[in-house]
Design a protein around this ligand. Sequence first.
Ligand code: SF4
Length: 407
Amino acid sequence: MAGALYLHVPFCARKCAYCDFASWATAANDPLMTRYARTLLSQLDEVASLGLLADCKTAYIGGGTPSLLGEKALGALVSAVRKVAPEMDELTCEANPDSLDDGVLLSLREAGATRLSIGVQSLDDGELAELGRLHDATCARVRVRAAVASGLDVSVDLMCATPGQTDESWARTLEDVASLGVGHVSVYPLQIEEGTALEARYADDACAWNDDEVQAARMTQAQVTLEGHGYSRYEVASYSVPGKACCHNKAYWTGVSYLGLGTGASGMLSLDEYLRLRVVAPQLPLPPRESVRARLTVASDRRALVEDSRLSTLSFSLEFLSEPQAVAEDLMLGARLVEGLDPELVSRARALFGGRLDGTIEGLLASGLLAERGGRLAPTQRGWLLGNELYGALWDLAPSEVATARC
Ligand code: SF4
């Protein structure tokens, strides 16, 4: 049954300038948030009644800003996840520094969260203001230190190639973060997304600060600095000290099935798991005959979810993958990992794609996007920097269009 669980909390105190995630600015006292949290509790009970979470090992409460729910509602959510998934090893909650007060930290700890992922993005006040973040660098440092002191495993998200960032300010942020005692750091280049305030602000600007070369240089700078402080890169954007890699994210990259609940949440289920979910959500269409995997995204908005929490009333957008498509997807996701592709997965791909796989691999080796390391095919630095080329070539092994549906 599903190996991982994702819960989406779509509320934020304010919309950041670059953000196109499923999140909406919401007043701290808006009763919608408590009602939404109750909806998730009820949906958790429904999926648990199917046995879908019996073997679930990791959970991630993401957003949005889950810490905005406050200690009571967030604590109840974490406790409920613990109850319905007794085999859980890792339970992460996302937070922003400005809403991560001591009450939230204590409640997360007591309810059974093991890990906290904090959206810091930068430790430069000017850069934070450009990004439209609510916290300043001092607030971020204080709240990250408090989180580390609480005993939770702490991860910090950082963003590079942002407006106003320089090599020097990025170096200061990296050094500063490395001194805070966190076990995990994720680093992403800023993407200028359509329809965001940032895109509008820089519509007539070449945005040289976000060039591919700048992104590549800053990602390399992060690698050098973080590795110099004892972190190892285990995925294109992820660094950890020994034993602190994020098991939940690794599940996404290694073909483990996961269930997503909440507005905009995505899940990936095996055919058996999908058919089991249909018992309580009969609106889900029967999959095409050759499907082995279903990708589901909850399309109901947050208000619809609150009005009626039953899974049978949800709207979904769906993709159904055949076995060759699922294997191509696993190859593509596996190429994000430093350890590279599981040889067993490569054997399955060879059985399905034959000479086409060998041709693709030869091409990727020749262009320096993949290399052989420790008996495995693994991405190179160049492969990560030209990620779209690498992942695209592996995905192109999939023979035809993915079947889609809505309900
Ligand atoms: S806190 Fe995160 S989810 Fe919320 S608006 Fe900012 S980037 Fe988006």
